[in-house]
Ligand binder design. Structure first.
Ligand code: NDP
Length: 337
């Protein structure tokens, strides 16, 4: 099901105090869109610690509240727009004990709701309005009078009006203009984590191995980097895939290329990778194993140097032939890129 502006009633937001927790990528874009949709500025509060994000909100004319429990007490609607990994701590400690029993809590990602990491009261509405775009595009598409792809769902319907309020909020941030797609926290989380843990790791691995095979066959670093990604050809292919169709975009390629790609893909047996994908989806994502493992290292991600597991992963990934060759090429081409 796809919801459009005509399915949503902005009047449902009249008289409601809307709090945006966070004024980062999504918070800044969604708060400005909502205000430009006619929600009065005095009904909007940005809850943020006292720092540059808060200053940014103030400079754009928003009312800013640094005291989170105070913001929680007045919120009829709370947009949770701080990073996923800090949401449980901040929401459960500073908002949940104070927020109204019939408040609407809006999430922009399914993760914390699917894994049940947030403490809601059963009388509250929990809705997902999850743009499929970075914040700057959420804002720029709205300014151009266009919508942006977005998932919408009701995760908990405490008031019985969850869907109509979710649609009103989707319309206010500009999401129903292009059509907001009915989804769920489970679906959003499954697809997101699957792409991150199954699809893209395989794509990185394919590029890494392809690079090494071609390098060993005598291809130069420069030629390989440009052939494989620096020319931006893959970006162009994906753009055409979005506009014209995943398969149909192939028609822009030469006959040799079309034959090679279509015939090659049909000849490949997907069963091994399919089993690997199923394993990741069911035994890593949907059963919560990844979430449990990630929660153990989450706090280390704020550390400096070798204590931060991400730094070690970057170091090992960049040690590949692809990583090393690209460094050499970028150093040689410094100033030209
Ligand atoms: P950001 O990283 O841009 O969030 C920054 C905001 O969070 C700032 O206001 C920051 O203020 C605040 N913040 C960070 N840490 C804390 C903390 N410990 N306590 C209180 N406030 C904190 O987040 P995004 O906008 O990227 O993501 C928000 C939500 O939107 C997430 O659920 C995400 O999954 C979802 N989403 C994000 C997309 C994107 O493009 N980034 C796309 C679609 C959905 P300060 O540091 O001053 O406290």
């Amino acid at each position: 099901k796809i919801y459009y502006d005509s399915d949503a009633d902005l009047d449902l937001l009249k008289g409601k105090t809307i709090v945006f927790l966070g004024f980062g990528n999504q918070g800044a874009a969604q708060a400005q869109n909502l205000r430009d949709s006619g929600i009065p500025n005095e009904s909007i509060i940005v809850a943020n610690r006292q720092d540059s994000y808060a200053e940014d909100a103030k400079s754009r004319g928003f009312n800013v509240e640094h005291d989170f429990p105070k913001a929680a007490k007045v919120a009829d609607v709370l947009f949770l727009l701080i990073p996923d990994q800090v949401q449980p701590r901040v929401f459960n400690e500073q908002f949940a004990p104070h927020i109204k029993d019939d408040a609407v809590i809006v999430i922009a990602s399914g993760y914390n709701v699917f894994y049940k990491l947030l403490n809601f009261k059963p009388t509250q509405d929990v809705v997902m309005v999850a743009p499929r775009m970075i914040g700057s595009s959420v804002r720029s598409l709205y300014e151009k009078g266009k919508g942006f792809p977005c998932f919408v769902s009701v995760e908990q319907d405490g008031t019985g009006k969850g869907l109509s309020i979710a649609l009103a909020l989707s319309r206010a941030i500009g999401a129903t203009k292009a059509g907001a797609i009915a989804s769920s926290a489970r679906e959003e989380t499954a697809m997101d984590l699957f792409a991150e843990q199954a699809l893209w790791p395989n794509i990185i691995m394919l590029f890494r191995e392809a690079f090494q095979v071609l390098q060993e066959a005598g291809c130069s670093d420069e030629a390989l980097c440009y052939e494989m990604w620096m020319s931006k050809e893959p970006a162009e292919i994906f753009e055409r895939a979005a506009e014209e169709g995943f398969i149909q975009q192939l028609k822009h390629h030469s006959s040799v290329s079309q034959f090679g790609q279509l015939n090659g893909a049909l000849k490949l047996d997907g069963s091994a990778i399919r089993n690997h994908f199923l394993e990741i989806l069911h035994n890593q994502v949907l059963n919560g194993k990844f979430c449990q493992e990630f929660s153990k290292i989450e706090s280390d991600l704020e550390k400096e140097g070798d204590e931060n597991p991400l730094n070690d992963l970057y170091k090992r990934s960049e040690a590949s032939e692809l990583g090393q060759a690209e460094k050499r090429v970028r150093a040689r081409l410094a100033g030209l890129l």
